[in-house]
Structures are given as structure tokens and as C-alpha cells.
Design a protein. Structure first.
Length: 248
């Protein structure tokens, strides 16, 4: 075995993790194009781990391969987001129900803290932290379920829906429904009410992604939103955003 193999494997995992975080937290936007060279330069690594990480993410549907050693974050359609909505409701709903049966006081306290941090970020208009905390809340519920295969599926589905978190701001998140559902879900974990936990998780995902699907134009395409955009958006899909690559 080559002595460089462990280093390359470690770097590939780091690159994959950074790209995954960028997608699931909405820091990479639908239609955004990234060159292998840009990714390597941003992370300070060689092209080899970038190519390996990209190959994996293309296979997972998180990126689409483009000419000239580049990839694109896939654009979304109404039908696709509704499909992903139903899958996430089924899988994360199942996970929430399982979590309600085994959650510890420490885990529940951590979920409550995440929910409080999310609302603090929302009150001060810090939508980047808001998005991070939404993801952290959902991933934490999946982790509490102690179902490793389920958790991997949840993370895989978020690779495809995470870039559309930006479309929830500012209109959808202004509703109190999301915070109320999170509090009811936490209460369900406290009382071991698996049915209630599942119901609240399904309602949370269903409401958000149904809203996103409703933003589609007459052809069924959903226009991407910038990570920093906060204006009301109901325009037809247009050309994808140009280059630009950042993990923060």
C-alpha cells in the first residue's frame, strides 16, 4: 500500500464533509457551478481528493457533472421537491418516532438549546445561523433515534433539499408554526409519545417543502435564491448564479 493512501483518504473525507455541509446548510445554491480547481484552492488541497469527493457526490445526486472539470448544484422542479418532501417526511418522521422512545434528558436538553439558539438567530435576522440550526435540529433528532442507516438516508436527502433552505426566508419563517412544532416535538420526546413526535416532524417538513414547491413557475421550475437574499421571491427560474465558492 502506498504511504500516501491514508493522507489521501483523510483529505477526501474532509473535502466531502465540507461540500456536504455547504449543501445541507444552504451555503451552496441551486444552479451554482464549481470548478475542481476552485474547490481545491478554497480548501488548500490537491485535485486528487477533490475529484474523489466529487465522484461520490455526483453518484449521490448532490452534484451534476459539467464540462471542463466542473460540477453544478442541481436545479429543482416542483415534482422533484414534492418527491423529496414525501421521502423526508417518511424517513424523518420514522426517526422522530424512534427518538421519542429512547431520548435521554441530556439529548432533549440539547434539542431545546438548539431550538432556542435558532429562534435567537431568527430574531436578530441572522439567517445563516438560522439555517445551520434548522439542520442541526433535524440531524440531532435523527441521531437520537440510534438508527445509523436511517441517519445516513436523512443526510443524503438533505444534500438535495438543503440548497433550497434560502427560499424559506423571509416569508415562510415569519410564521410561528415552525417554532411551535419544534417545541411540541421536544415535548413528545419528553413524554415518550412516538406518534406525536412523528406527526410534528412530518408537519414541519411537509409545510416547508410544500411552500418551496409552491414557488415553482408555470413550467414547474423553482428559481434558486442567494444565501443572502431575504426579499420576497416569486419570479420564474432564470440563469443559475455564477461561480463564487465559500463554505462560510
Amino acid at each position: 500500500m502506498s504511504p500516501r493512501a491514508p493522507v489521501d483518504t483523510s483529505l477526501r473525507s474532509q473535502v466531502y464533509g465540507q461540500l456536504r455541509d455547504g449543501l445541507t446548510a444552504g451555503r451552496l445554491t441551486p444552479g451554482q457551478k464549481l470548478t475542481f480547481r476552485t474547490i481545491a484552492g478554497s480548501l488548500g488541497v490537491s485535485m486528487t481528493p477533490v475529484r474523489e469527493a466529487i465522484r461520490r457526490m455526483v453518484a449521490e445526486g448532490a452534484f451534476e457533472m459539467q464540462p471542463n472539470r466542473s460540477v453544478r448544484v442541481p436545479l429543482m422542479t416542483r415534482d422533484r421537491v414534492l418527491e423529496l418532501r414525501d421521502l423526508r417526511m417518511a424517513v424523518e418522521g420514522l426517526g422522530a418516532g424512534k427518538a421519542a422512545l429512547v431520548a435521554t434528558r441530556t439529548e432533549i436538553a440539547r434539542l431545546r438549546r438548539i431550538a432556542e439558539e435558532l429562534m435567537a438567530a431568527r430574531r436578530r435576522g441572522d439567517f445563516a445561523t438560522d439555517r445551520e440550526k434548522i439542520r442541526e435540529f433535524h440531524f440531532s433528532v435523527a441521531a437520537i433515534a440510534r438508527q445509523p442507516a436511517l441517519q445516513r438516508i436523512v443526510e443524503g436527502l438533505w444534500l438535495q433539499t438543503g440548497p433550497y433552505l434560502n427560499l424559506l426566508y423571509p416569508d415562510y419563517v415569519a410564521s410561528p408554526r415552525g417554532p411551535e412544532r419544534r417545541l411540541r416535538l421536544i415535548r413528545a420526546l419528553q413524554t415518550r409519545d412516538a406518534a406525536m413526535a412523528r406527526r410534528e416532524m412530518e408537519a414541519d417538513i411537509g409545510g416547508a417543502l410544500t411552500y418551496v414547491a409552491g414557488l415553482a413557475d408555470s413550467s414547474g421550475r423553482i428559481a434558486p435564491a442567494s444565501p443572502v437574499a431575504v426579499k420576497r421571491r416569486r419570479r420564474p427560474a432564470s440563469a443559475p448564479p455564477a461561480g463564487g465558492f465559500a463554505f462560510v
